[in-house]
Design a binder for this molecule. Structure first.
Ligand code: DAH
Length: 349
């Protein structure tokens, strides 16, 4: 090793220092030149041991000077780097943004609003009424007198003791089993023509499984005027189904029975899951029932004091959960009540 290699080392260091940009570069440089094990300056100092006494003197002094020089230069640059580095918690404006979490309305609310919008556009009015209901509105006035077997169709949740109904009338004895009582409430307080829908919660003594919940949601519809016919019912509900499912859907009206309508029917729509071919969703029938409907029974008009010779009308009741299952292709109704965000985010409209 000669004095020349001291100079060579110095210029090599200077060039490297010039090229160093980041604190990491400086650390690498420090390692390369000053590391105790394999540093270049360390090796130079070690090589002095084998030099002649004359060389030792000059080389010793020169290599020591170089070592200090390098240390000082690195210290300075490191201090500069530390001073100009952004503080640890500084805002890095180059990072991609984080999306704020946006809440949205529950799928069942969205479905209810979708149905409401369709009927509002057809000139209907949206009304609401009490969930605690009396016998008259829930059963009696709907042509289901005390001993009527149709009352067995709905396993009713009765109250332990009657409570006043906020909207007036008789004392409530039960949780309404359907929104059909709203037909009575509206007709008792309004003269024809009638064109209303009444969304709301209803209650039944059902178990909690994939297709039943003790509480669910319906939308009742009622139209009364002179000359309302079955054709109006069919046209209205077919139009509704098309708009709700966003395009042409095959529908069919199946004869059915409800005490408050005559004739009565259920409306099926072609299963969206299998395009009518048959799948688990539609129990392999190709059809899904979405609502009950019919022409208002004259006994109902008599109960509310309407002239059943003069007026006719149609009524219908849609299950909102049923529509939601159809619309989102979900096969378990409980999903709508578990508030699992992973599910709720997927079914957003
Ligand atoms: N109330 C019936 C139910 O809960 C649905 C229904 C059927 C409503 C026929 C109506 C109707 O207005 O005319 O299943």
């Amino acid at each position: 090793m000669s004095a020349l290699s001291v100079d060579a080392l110095r210029s090599r260091f200077q060039a490297a220092l010039e090229a160093a940009r980041t604190p990491a570069d400086l650390k690498t440089l420090r390692d390369e030149f000053l590391s105790r094990k394999h540093g270049l300056v360390t090796a130079l100092v070690k090589s002095i041991a084998s030099a002649t006494p004359d060389e030792k003197r000059t080389l010793g002094a020169a290599s020591n000077a170089l070592k200090q020089e390098i240390e000082a230069a690195l210290d300075t640059r490191e201090a500069e780097a530390a001073a100009s580095a952004p503080p640890k918690d500084a805002l890095d404006v180059t990072l991609p943004g984080r999306r704020p979490f946006l809440g949205r309305r529950h799928p069942l609310t969205q479905v209810r609003e979708r149905v409401e919008d369709i009927f509002l556009a057809m000139g209907y009015q949206v009304i609401e009424g009490p969930e605690l209901e009396d016998d008259w509105h829930n059963f009696e006035a709907l042509n289901m007198p005390a001993e009527h077997p149709a009352r067995d169709m709905q396993d009713t949740l009765y109250l332990a003791s009657p409570v006043p109904v906020p909207d007036g009338g008789r004392a409530a004895t039960l949780l309404r089993t359907h929104t059909s009582g709203m037909q009575i409430r509206y007709m008792e307080t309004h003269e024809p023509p009638v064109r209303v829908i009444a969304p709301g919660r209803v209650y039944r003594r059902d178990q909690f499984d994939a297709t039943h919940t003790p509480m669910f949601t319906q939308i009742e519809g009622l139209v009364v005027d002179e000359g309302i016919s079955l054709g109006d019912l069919r046209g209205t509900l077919n139009g509704f189904a098309e708009q709700f499912f966003g395009g042409r859907v095959a529908t069919r009206f199946r004869p059915s029975f409800f005490p408050y309508t005559e004739p009565s029917a259920e409306l099926d729509v072609e299963c969206q899951g299998c395009a009518g071919k048959g799948c688990n969703l539609c129990k392999h029938t190709g059809w899904i029932e979405i609502l009950g409907c019919g022409m208002v029974h004259p006994a109902v008009f008599e109960a509310v004091g309407y002239d059943s010779d003069k007026y006719t009308g149609f009524a219908f009741g849609v299950g909102i959960e049923r529509l939601a299952l159809r619309l989102y292709g979900v096969d378990d109704i409980r999903m709508f009540y578990e508030n699992d965000l992973r599910f709720l985010e997927q079914v957003a409209l």
